[in-house]
Write a protein that binds this ligand. Structure first.
Ligand code: LER
Ligand code: MN
Length: 267
């Protein structure tokens, strides 16, 4: 199985990113620890020197399986389901601005926190309509480049929109785009899915990407999730993508990263 870990290109507020800060130094450590790839969290691609990023990762033989986009919500309030048309348009534009870099790196684009939460006074149904329209627009623009989008079901404490794999699969049907699938995150699944293994089985070939953290959102092996069963089920359904570590820097960033790769390789 191919393993990666989330790295932020810039300082980030989101807690569950073990490595942030000096990007070049962190990428070098990730390669030295034996990861196959880095998932890069980027608030705004305009802030990233894409030549430098491509040079850095290819020089270390690292793959970039996916680009995370959630900081645009966390730090700028951009949301695909805002009640403000201009904010929605800016959120869509921001997602679309990831497409050239994603195409260059052959990475997919993650739609996680950027979908936002339903604002007060707006119905859930209206938010879902905005979400479907926004994803269709992004997916259509990216289709000719081969770039894929992965929607991440997330737990109820972070959004009211798409908590489970079943809801994610419904959304996939509504959007109707081949380049749109799911990102499964074991931390969220532990809170929302009746059975993590059954939910993995229900996705068919629509699992585009996987995030791993344990039940406490520390590195895999630090909580009570059954990663042997989770990895075996991913293998059973023929998942060939990356397993990407997205967890808190506990007890410290380097130890968390090293323990996670040791634990997952052992399994
Ligand atoms: C948020 O909790 C999360 O899991 C991120 O991957 C969202 O972008
Ligand atoms: Mn995640």
């Amino acid at each position: 199985m191919k393993l990666s870990i989330v790295l932020s290109t810039h300082a980030a507020q989101f807690q569950a990113v073990a490595l942030k800060g000096d990007f070049a130094a962190s990428v070098a450590k990730v390669a030295a620890w034996g990861f196959d790839g880095v998932e890069v969290a980027i608030r705004d691609p305009a802030l990233v020197d894409s030549d430098e990023l491509a040079r850095l990762v290819s020089g270390l033989d690292l793959i970039v399986p996916a680009i995370g986009t959630g900081q645009a919500w966390g730090e700028e309030g951009l949301s695909l389901t805002s009640d403000d048309e201009e904010v929605r348009a800016r959120a869509i534009e921001r997602i679309r601005s990831h497409v050239p870099l994603a195409a260059r790196l052959d990475a997919m684009i993650i739609l996680g926190l950027i979908r936002g939460v339903t604002p007060e006074g707006q119905t859930h149904q209206q938010s879902m309509t905005y979400l479907v329209e926004a994803i269709r627009e992004c997916a259509n623009v990216a289709a000719e480049t081969g770039v894929r989008f992965a929607l991440e079901p997330m737990n109820r404490y972070e959004t009211d929109l798409i908590h489970t794999v079943a809801e994610g699969m419904d959304l996939i049907e509504k959007v109707g785009a081949e380049n749109f699938g799911l990102l499964l995150d074991t931390f969220h699944m532990n809170i929302e899915e009746p059975s993590i293994e059954e939910s993995i089985r229900s996705c068919g070939d629509r699992i585009f990407h996987v995030h791993v953290a344990d039940s406490n959102r520390w590195h895999p092996g630090a909580g009570h999730l059954d990663f042997a069963a989770i990895l075996a089920t991913l293998q059973e359904v023929g998942y060939e993508g990356f397993i990407s570590g997205e967890f808190m820097p506990v007890p410290d960033p380097d130890t968390a990263a090293e323990r996670s790769i040791a634990f997952l390789r052992e399994l």
